[in-house]
Write a protein that binds this ligand. Structure first.
Ligand code: ACO
Length: 422
């Protein structure tokens, strides 16, 4: 007999046995016994919204796998473009498949001149690059009218390639605009990460040569951020996608979710916190302040991970490789001390608060020269692969439109009162 639970409606005495499948019980079964009684689950704390074969996450054990491959192996041996292919197609590409994929992505890195000249150049001079990215991604849907054909396999593949390819171009363009520098066209002789660094930093040199260690470090960060199952922005992508919006509009919604400081902004909060702490001597007092309820230790704790975030371990190693080129970020010592104290303090240990992916990623980005405003943008570039993989999976599952219920707690029916009598 498969595992199951039995629900009893104490109002009627009726019972129903519900099987536990893949770690869940189907709400449709529950509704058979209790129509009109809804699960109350704000923040989806206990709700699985879909079946997915993309990413496996065990927060207790600190395990993260894309399509079955451990994140540690992908970070060590793979590239972001290969990982994007894996997420989207379910399998690692062979040599010919990868060459085709890389060529396709490389051919689509340019953006329509009007996107830049008419659209991006129209922003206010101090526009936030993430706000520009959200809008620019949405605007792409008006340039590719075939994007609406979401059930045409050729159109779908083309929009996916375009989005993966154009995100770095849009991201770098948003940065260049925000600092008053001219736009840099993609250099299609460069790999994905090096091309992005060229579009970010090129000044007057004929060809921008990124330091290979920095390009590799960025590529590793892209791999680590490529997917994280049903996080807030992926859920936004799935909800909008379930209405059969085109992928650019759905992706813009996902970007907008990532713009929120609770999601894409935590590494920026880490840098601000470390800067505020200022020096090593202030660390113990800061930790005591957190324990007393004065704010949180940014970059610590996670809704799902209740052990060391496996991505944080990889990032910590990557940081050393970056600092060997850029020089050590002066905030690193404060971060290490903070981690050391927190990991031996019962307050953090008993609550299972460990460093998450954001604890060290901001230090790397800052050492590489990225301004704080670019941190969520750097997250959005690789997460696009995950968003699109989930969007595709959702469409292939012929899923229904996302439409949760609510528990109404407002006033009962009442008569309209004309304004002069209120
Ligand atoms: N510092 C100090 N205490 C903390 C922290 C922290 N960073 N995180 C959680 N706690 C404490 C809470 O005060 C609470 O204590 P209590 O039981 O005594 O009341 C307990 O740990 C549980 O915390 P919750 O807020 O219930 O945990 P939740 O799962 O809702 O929050 C979150 C997870 C938002 C990530 C939280 O740990 C946090 O705010 N961390 C700091 C911000 C951060 O690093 N965010 C990045 C997340 S990763 C990402 O989005 C890519």
């Amino acid at each position: 007999m498969a595992e199951s639970i039995t629900i009893t409606d104490n109002r009627t005495g009726e019972s129903l046995e519900v099987p536990i499948l893949n770690g869940g019980v189907a709400a449709s079964e529950w509704s058979k016994l209790l129509p009109g009684v809804w699960f109350y689950d704000p923040g989806f704390m206990s709700t699985a919204v879909c079946e997915s074969a993309i990413t496996y996450l065990d927060g207790e054990a600190g395990v993260l796998r894309y399509r079955g491959y451990p994140i540690e192996q992908l970070a060590e041996h793979s590239t972001y473009l290969e990982v994007a292919y894996l997420l989207l197609n379910g399998e690692l590409p062979d040599t010919a498949q990868f060459d085709d994929w890389r060529r396709e992505v490389t051919m689509h890195t340019f953006i329509h001149e009007n996107v830049r000249k008419r659209f991006l150049d129209g922003f206010h001079y101090d526009a936030h690059p993430m706000g520009m990215l959200v809008s620019a991604v949405a605007a792409l849907s008006t340039f590719y009218l075939d994007a609406k054909d979401i059930f045409d396999p050729l159109s779908r593949a083309k929009q996916i390639t375009r989005l993966i390819a154009k995100m770095p171009t849009l991201a770098a363009a948003a940065h260049r605009f925000s600092v008053g520098m001219p736009f840099v066209y993609p250099d299609n002789s460069l790999d994905f990460a090096s091309n992005f660094l060229s579009m970010m930093w090129k000044v007057a040199e004929p060809r921008f040569e990124a330091d290979p260690a920095l390009a590799r470090a960025l590529d590793i960060l892209f791999i680590l951020h490529a997917d994280h199952e049903q996080n807030c922005s992926t859920t936004a992508m799935r909800v909008v996608g379930s209405a059969h919006a085109d992928p650019y509009s759905a992706c813009a919604a996902a970007c907008a979710a990532l713009y929120g400081p609770r999601h894409g902004g935590a590494n920026e909060a880490v840098i601000r916190m470390l800067t505020e702490i200022g020096n090593l001597d202030n660390v113990p007092a800061f930790v005591e302040g957190v324990k007393a309820g004065n704010g949180r230790l940014q970059g610590f704790g996670h809704r799902v991970y209740k052990s060391y975030d496996p991505r944080a371990k990889i990032i910590k190693r990557t940081a050393d490789q970056v600092f060997a080129v850029t020089g050590k970020n002066p905030l690193l010592d404060i971060a290490l001390k903070l981690e050391e104290i927190a990991l031996s303090d019962d307050y953090f240990v008993s609550r299972k608060l460990y460093p998450n992916v954001d604890f060290y990623s901001g230090l790397i980005y800052q050492a590489m020269g990225f301004p704080l405003e670019m941190f969520p943008v750097l997250f959005a570039i690789p997460r696009t692969a995950g968003w699109l993989a989930h969007w595709q999976e959702l469409l292939d599952q012929d899923s229904r439109i996302a439409r949760p219920r609510q528990l109404y707690v407002g006033t009962d029916e009442r008569e309209y009162v004309p304004v002069e009598r209120r």
